[in-house]
Design a protein around this ligand. Sequence first.
Ligand code: FAD
Length: 309
Amino acid sequence: PFDVLIIGGGPAGASAAVYAARKGLRTGLVAERFGGQVMDTAGIENFISIPETDGPKLAAALEAHVRAYDVEIITGQQAKELFPAPQPGGLHGVALESGAILHARTVILATGAHWRHLGVPGEEEYRNKGVAYCPHCDGPFYKGKRVAVAGGGNSGVEAAIDLAGIVAHVTLLQRGSHLKADKVLQDKLRTLSNVTVLTEALTTRIEGNGRNVTGLTYRGGDGADHHVDLEGVFVQIGLLPNTGWLKNTLRLSDFGEIVVNDHGATSVPGVFAAGDATTTPYKQIVIAIGAGATAALSAFDYLIRVPVA
Ligand code: FAD
């Protein structure tokens, strides 16, 4: 069995693997796809100490760093079920889709998350070419330009407020008849002169010139199609943690995030979690990397304190 079995090969999982291996622990890592969301990212300018890189480059660097250590890496495999140890110090089991079951004294869950897509024509075609999902990441790329935010919940309104300070103009589209964000955010939004709020506005198409986004079409409350000229569309209709397979095994938040404490511990002794799959606020690479280190050090602490059952 492994001392530490990590599920996920994004920034959080990679960081946990390096920290665990450096403690001399027998470490395994299972990932559907090494690199995780980083593989879907174009420019990255907020990974501190590297002013500019791109997703595939950073993902390759993460993988090379993990491979520099004695870590057993299993890629192209999905974890299907977690069987928590019957008592602290016992062995946990993780079933893979292949049917194999891996055993480990500690498990670190780092399965990340994915953004909910609008599912409209143009969204896939122009991803990273005007269609964006992360205002902290991509906002500065739209300095002085016109953008839309699709989604009138907290994340959509936060994104609109954030972007309004950077871009020329923001159009916020909410499909329902009113915004769902907290009142304080709505009040703040209304003070901003370069934001237009459209309710009962269902985004139906993202348009471009083959290279970049040039506009979007929405169906209004009047039933008619309307067009907006712009350079960017931020989709803010939900970040979904990849935790469906963990339901009923450990404590999840109302949003499906793995509930962790400040040591990265979950509700199951010996099972830790890190990154976008957890309740840790702000889903960013540097934060996921820090959380991966925390989870691995907590796993080490558990292994030296809890006797083998
Ligand atoms: P992820 O990167 O999501 O990795 C999850 C890992 O788990 C993957 O290896 C996946 O294959 C694996 N996995 C999932 N489920 C299973 C399973 N059941 N079994 C086995 N393996 C599984 N952040 C920034 O800081 N700067 C940016 O510029 C930036 N730009 C972004 C642009 C885009 C388009 C997107 C989508 C995100 C961006 N982010 C950016 C956010 C950043 O990518 C995430 O915060 C970060 O990748 C989270 O790391 P993670 O390791 O928690 O999860």
